[in-house]
Design a binder for this molecule. Structure first.
Ligand SMILES: Nc1nc2c(ncn2[C@@H]2O[C@H](COP(=O)(O)OP(=O)(O)OP(=O)(O)O)[C@@H](O)[C@H]2O)c(=O)[nH]1
Ligand SMILES: [Mg+2]
Length: 461
């Protein structure tokens, strides 16, 4: 087991501020028990047992004032989150109580924890690697089921074990190659070279798979923005309400009802989405509407995917063809609404409007086609993103960039071997690849990068 570092004792409120059933003050470090002894009066005496919940009172040792009735638990290191002695005081929720208990433990010798400092200690004390520490924050921030499972996988160490596998294979090729540097009179046999190349091409394939999973992972983690566009009165706001399952936007039979952009968050099949309803796009003299149309166009420009709604019960107008022009080069789904009414659209117009994109027929009144629309959105969100990595996805740009560095080094070491270069040359590349992997898991990561990663955390985690 890696060495446990000697740190000071830190403390923070671990629960969110505001009113709640309970509020937890967390301490970690060598003085945790000593500080808890001073401020927590329990019924039983004797040494603290690990993992046992104690009932008692938080009492100010200065004046004997009872601050709260509380429960306390010690998690004795190394079997704790940080591997240090961790103490948690569970008192009544409410910012005043938790704040007063925190002040008390600070007065008795703890230091206020920095954001993510508990997790940083878990990392520095070797309980988790850096990818697992990053997963902690992603798990806390997960906006949808898919992002949650990617983070949970990573927290469980799946990425770490994959990278350990890569590391072991690289180290083995490196060790064998270095042996030839020490004995320059030995020729590297052809069969050995082939072994090296085989091992390295396996590594390269693994790295490529992980790198290409980033596009998918990023969507899971950060989500996408969708915008509903179309001419007035086609049912855009009705669609927003249907997707959100609430009456969020005003729906009337008057064209030009929506003027502002209305944005809400939702999930489709676990993918977090930001959905915007906009003013119907048309030529108009109305000043307010002109502003609304301008705004709609701006949101459209920034969105990842547009939901292009047309009224299936009426012939298309020039406004639709203009909009179709604007949608060129953008991802969109053509939605033919009002399928409960007789269809007035011509097949050839529909195929012109949709181009290469998906088209779905729906009715926001009967709900028909909404499942097909959800499928289409999910498919569009993940279009072009493959699952080459066996379900394991990376979600961070840091991982992708560093994996790419590793891959480049592996490729150039392979070129060196193929070109029969002497091992001195290509072992440099192998070492660079190995170091890149070490950076990802946190074995060699520079301090400024560590600081940046942990500063993303909340206090108390
Ligand atoms: N029959 C039928 N009517 C619908 C359907 N969807 C919407 N409508 C009606 O179409 C009218 C316009 O709906 P909205 O959702 O306000 O349309 P919009 O595109 O947001 O309109 P603007 O905000 O003016 O751009 C309302 O009278 C809705 O009840 C549908 O699927 N079938
Ligand atoms: Mg509207």
């Amino acid at each position: 087991m890696p060495k446990i570092f000697e740190y000071d004792t830190i403390a923070a409120v671990a629960t969110p501020t505001g009113e709640g059933g309970i509020g937890i003050i967390r301490l970690s470090g060598p003085d945790s028990i000593g500080i808890a002894e001073k401020i927590f009066k329990r019924k039983s005496s004797g040494p603290w047992e690990s993992y046992r919940l104690y009932y008692g009172h938080v009492v100010d040792p200065g004046n004997g004032e009872v601050i709260d009735e509380a429960l306390c638990v010690l998690m004795k290191g190394p079997r704790s989150y940080t591997r240090e002695d961790v103490f948690e005081i569970h008192c009544h929720g409410g910012s005043l109580v938790t704040q007063r208990v925190l002040e008390l433990v600070l007065r008795e010798g703890a230091r206020p924890a920095e954001p993510g400092e508990f997790t940083k200690r878990a990392f520095l004390n070797g309980r988790i690697d850096l990818t697992q520490a990053e997963a902690v924050i992603d798990l806390i921030r997960a906006k949808g089921q898919a992002g949650h499972s990617a983070a949970a996988d990573q927290l469980a160490g799946r990425l770490y074990s994959k990278l350990t596998e890569v590391k072991d294979r690289l180290s083995s090729v490196l060790a064998h190659s270095e042996a030839y540097i020490d004995f320059p009179e030995e020729e590297i046999e052809l069969s050995t070279r082939d072994q090296f190349l085989n091992a390295l091409s396996d590594v390269a394939a693994l790295l490529k798979g992980l790198i290409s999973s980033y596009d998918e992972g990023r969507v899971y983690r950060d989500g996408l923005s969708l915008v509903i566009v179309g001419r007035p009165n086609v049912g855009k706001s009705s669609l927003l309400n249907l997707l959100l399952r609430e009456k969020r936007a005003i729906v009337t039979s008057v064209p030009g009802t929506t003027r502002d952009v209305i944005e809400e968050y939702m999930n489709i099949r676990g993918v977090p989405l930001r959905l915007a309803d906009t003013a119907g796009i048309r030529e108009t003299e109305d000043l307010v509407e002109i502003e609304g149309v301008k705004l709609a166009r701006e949101v459209l420009k920034r969105a990842d995917i547009a939901l292009f709604v047309v009224d299936g019960s009426r012939p298309l107008t020039d406004d639709e063809w203009t909009l179709a022009e604007e949608l060129k080069g953008k991802k969109y789904i053509l939605i033919m609404n009002k399928s409960d009414l007789p269809n007035a659209l011509r097949d050839e117009d529909i195929s012109k409007l949709r181009g290469e994109m998906q088209a779905v027929s729906i009715s926001t009144i009967t709900g028909e086609g909404i499942e097909a629309l959800n499928d289409a959105i999910f498919k569009e969100a993940l279009r072009g993103k493959n699952e080459a990595s066996g379900g394991l996805v990376i979600t961070r740009a840091r991982h992708r960039d560093t994996l790419q560095k590793a891959l480049d080094s592996v490729s150039s070491s392979m070129e060196g071997i193929r070109g029969s270069l002497s091992p001195e040359f290509y072992t440099v590349d192998l070492r660079a690849a190995l170091n890149a992997i070490r950076d990802i898991v946190g074995e060699t990561t520079p301090d400024d990068i560590l600081d940046r990663i942990f500063s993303e955390f909340c206090i108390g985690k």
